[in-house]
Write a protein that binds this ligand. Sequence first.
Ligand SMILES: CC(C)(COP(=O)(O)OP(=O)(O)OC[C@H]1O[C@@H](n2cnc3c(N)ncnc32)[C@H](O)[C@@H]1OP(=O)(O)O)[C@@H](O)C(=O)NCCC(=O)NCCS
Length: 146
Amino acid sequence: MSKTFIREMVSTDHPALLDLFRETPGITLREADSQEATKRYLQRNPGLNFVIEHDAGIVGCVMCGHDGRRGYLQHLIVKPEFRRQGLGEDLVNRCISSLKELGIDKTHIFVFKNNGLANRFWQSKGWSLREGVNLYSYTASGNENA
Ligand SMILES: CC(C)(COP(=O)(O)OP(=O)(O)OC[C@H]1O[C@@H](n2cnc3c(N)ncnc32)[C@H](O)[C@@H]1OP(=O)(O)O)[C@@H](O)C(=O)NCCC(=O)NCCS
């Protein structure tokens, strides 16, 4: 198997990323994943979003942003044939160290309760499960897939 390397995500990665999102169980595609929204997200959060490149194309990714106070991770994915080699952890570490450079020391991720693989991953990496927090969401457009 040839080598993988991590590079910053760019907006032209969007079609390949959509393919990756669609083929990954546990990842829900939203309007917020449109080309325009992704471009805006990358412009707002430079140096925080990464992909894993391989001869086979993009085989992993992570999206990360912040609100000036806390970091937020989304869409952490490693293709099945590349898993359990530490690539998921490498992607997360890139985000955490970039956030640290911005002075942001605490980061959150929302994980579906029924995504066992993801929950095992975060717990094995020492992330704290927040039993005492309920997540409330409001959708201004009325579109539940916003
Ligand atoms: C979560 C994900 C990104 C992890 O990627 P990865 O490259 O395998 O991660 P790493 O190799 O850094 O770490 C794997 C660790 O997670 C845990 N883990 C992963 N799969 C596991 C399993 N089937 N059983 C138990 N633990 C598991 C282990 O601690 C494992 O470490 P180990 O291999 O030393 O035992 C990958 O599984 C994935 O893409 N899942 C589908 C998408 C998804 O649900 N993303 C998360 C959204 S919040």
